[in-house]
Ligand binder design. Structure first.
Ligand code: SF4
Ligand code: SF4
Length: 97
């Protein structure tokens, strides 16, 4: 089986209440951006049981087609940063066409 590993890195995420967050980094295997029409983190999971993984997440999929970094619903940026605004976790590398 071949698993794609050339994903854009989640260089930083400051959403500390997410289960996958530790020390301003995301430790999920891969995340999906695009919850509804907004570039929100679809993998966000509110839990105080935090991950113990030391890996750094990649962007596995992104549904936000109007971002200049999006091609065929995948992110082509070198890396992204995730921040918090209006109570949601969102991609701060999002750049509208
Ligand atoms: S909000 Fe998204 S990017 Fe941030 S730690 Fe959680 S799953 Fe990772
Ligand atoms: S930079 Fe653009 S394409 Fe990449 S994850 Fe963020 S919103 Fe999606």
């Amino acid at each position: 089986m071949i698993i794609a590993t050339d994903m854009p890195e989640v260089a930083k995420c400051v959403v500390s209440q997410c289960a996958y967050n530790a020390d301003d980094a995301c430790h999920a295997r891969a995340i999906t951006i695009g919850e509804g029409a907004d570039p929100d983190c679809d993998t966000y999971f509110d839990s105080n049981k935090h991950t113990r993984s030391s890996r750094t997440a990649g962007v596995g999929a992104c549904k936000i087609e109007d971002c200049t970094h999006n091609r065929d619903f995948e992110c082509t940026a070198d890396s992204i940063q995730v921040g918090a605004s209006a109570g949601t976790a969102n991609c701060q590398t999002y750049t509208r066409h």
